[in-house]
Design a protein around this ligand. Sequence first.
Ligand code: C5P
Length: 213
Amino acid sequence: MSEQLIIAIDGPAASGKGTLARRLAAHYRLRHLDTGLSYRAVAAEMIARGLPFDDEAGALECARTIDLGDLDRETLSRHEIGEAASRVAIMPEVRRAVVELQQAFAEKPPGAVLDGRDIGTVVCPDAAVKLYVSAAPEERARRRTEEILSRGEAADFQAVLEDLKRRDERDLNRTESPLRVADDAHILDTTDIGIDAAFQAAREIIDTIVDRS
Ligand code: C5P
């Protein structure tokens, strides 16, 4: 196995990619970066400064203040921050600034697991392993609704489903780094399987690739 292992995981919101990424990082003893949190941090900083979400210059300034080593998952996980993040994430200059930070994170030995929307295509196009995690929108909405309720926040399945579809639409159709399956990605559909089965399947894919190299 080479010294540096980068595992790139992409997929839509609530597909299970975050949980999978954390488990793989623990298993292979790699650092983990949830890249969605970087866009969420930019959005949160805009909210804190009272900036409108179409202020590109303001968003870029906010992007320059973020520190990937100091992202508060708890606060940034809030539902309305996710919605705002997907609006900020369409801005090319914001993406460039954030991607540079993510690439610097990925390059440090012994490597890392990064999850997001453009990891295998833009952030780490040379990653040894690329996974694309997907699941049906209704199943993703069911999981996201449960997750929100478990935090003690209010959630309505239909509203969450509509919201996910809106975010998918934005992520898939933006000009800059849209969500798409990298040519050399392995697809994992988690609609009908739990996290344990997804983890097993991912490990088999990764071990085969690592053994070959
Ligand atoms: O994954 P998460 O829901 O935390 O991401 C928040 C938003 O950030 C997404 O809806 C997406 O628009 C954006 N994002 C992105 N590229 C990434 C990760 C997230 O555009 N690599």
